[in-house]
Design a protein around this ligand. Structure first.
Ligand SMILES: NC(=O)c1ccc[n+]([C@@H]2O[C@H](COP(=O)([O-])OP(=O)(O)OC[C@H]3O[C@@H](n4cnc5c(N)ncnc54)[C@H](O)[C@@H]3O)[C@@H](O)[C@H]2O)c1
Length: 439
């Protein structure tokens, strides 16, 4: 009997979800990892911990960074190019994890989904707004099981907070403030390209690491690869990109935020053309809904040590807010949601605790059952779009950018539209996903 395949029909770009369920219910979900160290190692180790998975192939542009993960599945072949891996091992691969630096999420994720692979992709879903829309459209059209890698979504802390707000613990919400202690550039210890360049490690294919980004020298170890890439506009998204999809996630879930912001205004501590600012404040205006007091909802983001004031929160000015987190100011009380910690209320009311779930296993279970878990790309896409719109606004300090989410443009600021999508390196372009009639 043929091994059960969790296949989607080859034409993964067609509208109708077409998961072909096999007969052999004892079969495992066969997973290939793309980006195998750093967070990739933890993603794949978690997937490996599910009883019905098998790690069948690994890809990392730096072969030295596949050694740890290979110990979990020594027979799995190792590749430096994910396209070669899909071409040679595609028949065996049901699903992929994408845990590379942000600038390659969409290029890899879209190709894998086009080949019918279920996809678990690290946060932020993509590096720019256009890519996020492409990923969520393709996920919707294909019926593939997807999940954003913001695992705290399934943690008891965030689940408890969202559940409590949904059940009226603070009443309708007036405003939200979210913040993160990390700075926009603090990982690479550079604010400009290094003047000297170390030899490229023999294990690393630097050209493939650059991928969609324009060529540049390797620099020094950790300036870009590994880890330091976060600081750089070409590869990462600073503190907002790194933490926004975590910290704003319980806000989006609790308040049913499904519509795009209509206006975004940013202030920051100064920036150049290379790295993200050390400190940001980004003010979003979202359309209101049944969870909000008014017809609009103000959500303000702070990073790099900036934090909201205590005014209107019901907490005394000497109350220390957590280093990172959110406050939701409601009609009845204010909720503080630490990142990552148990939420608490200004009126000290106790809350019903929800158990945590295994985010990684939830994706695997979704593949097995055919049911899309929460936090698929249809959720993670708009969340990522909102986060990354903040970084477009950062480029136009102090100017309110009006946003038309459906048309995907800034009607009052056409100049800003060019930051919705990058200039792809020749040979690394992403073919757009055709919208369906239903959108
Ligand atoms: N969910 C979380 O809590 C969490 C935590 C850390 C990082 N992340 C996310 O995980 C991703 C990776 O971050 P990191 O800290 O592990 O970075 P990293 O630089 O330490 O590791 C990235 C890995 O991907 C490999 N890689 C790079 N380009 C590749 C490509 N084109 N194909 C295959 N492999 C490639 C690198 O060689 C490296 O092994 C990012 O999107 C980041 O935002 C999420």
């Amino acid at each position: 009997m043929k091994r059960r395949r969790f296949l989607v029909s080859a034409a993964a770009t067609v509208a109708a979800p077409a998961i072909v369920r096999g007969q052999n219910l004892n079969s495992r979900v066969q997973i290939a990892g793309i980006g195998c160290d750093g967070k990739g190692y933890s993603d794949l180790s978690e997937m490996h911990g599910h009883q019905k998975t098998k790690l069948v192939a690994f890809c990392d542009v730096d072969l030295a960074r596949t050694q740890r993960i290979a110990k979990l599945s020594p027979d799995a072949p190792v590749f430096q190019d994910f396209r070669e891996m899909l071409a040679k091992q595609g028949e065996k691969i049901d699903a992929v994890t994408v845990s590379t630096p942000d600038h390659m999420h969409a290029f890899i994720g879209i190709e894998a989904m086009r080949q019918g692979k279920h996809c678990y992709c690290q946060k932020p879903l993509t590096h720019n707004v256009w890519e996020a829309r492409q990923m969520s459209m393709l996920a919707k059209q294909s019926g593939l099981i997807t999940r954003l890698g913001n695992q705290i979504h399934s943690h008891q802390f965030y689940r408890t907070a969202a559940h409590a707000v949904q059940n009226g613990a603070i009443g309708k919400v007036n405003e939200v403030h979210s913040w993160c202690s990390a700075t926009g550039h603090g990982k690479s210890f550079h604010i400009d390209r290094p003047k000297t360049n170390a030899a490229i490690p023999s294990t690393l294919d630097w050209d493939k690491w650059l991928g969609v980004a324009q060529e540049r020298p390797f620099g020094e170890w950790k300036v870009y690869h590994p880890w330091g890439w976060r600081d750089w506009q070409d590869f990462g998204n600073g503190a907002l990109g790194d933490f926004g999809c975590h910290i704003l996630d319980p806000v989006f879930t609790a308040l049913n935020i499904k519509k795009a912001p209509t206006s975004i205004t940013a202030d920051h501590s100064g920036m150049n053309e290379e790295v993200w600012p050390a400190q940001n404040t980004v003010r979003y205006v979202f359309p209101g809904n049944e969870m909000t007091v008014g017809s609009t909802l103000n959500v303000t983001w702070y990073d790099g040590g900036r934090q909201p004031s205590h005014r209107g929160t019901g907490f005394p000015s000497d109350h220390a807010f957590p280093k990172s987190g959110s406050i939701l100011i409601g009609e009845k009380a204010t909720m503080v949601i630490p990142h990552v910690g148990a939420c608490y209320l200004s009126n000290a009311a106790s809350l019903q605790e929800l158990p945590g779930q295994n985010h990684y296993h939830g994706w695997v279970d979704g593949i097995l059952s055919g049911e899309q878990p929460s936090d698929g790309f249809e959720y993670g896409g708009p969340l990522t779009e909102a986060v990354l719109l903040g970084n477009v606004a950062v480029r136009f300090r102090g100017q309110a950018l009006q946003w038309d989410g459906q048309a995907m443009e800034f009607p009052n600021h056409p100049d800003a539209n060019r930051y919705l999508k990058r200039d792809y390196r020749a040979g690394w372009e992403i073919t757009p996903v055709a919208p369906t009639v239903a959108g």
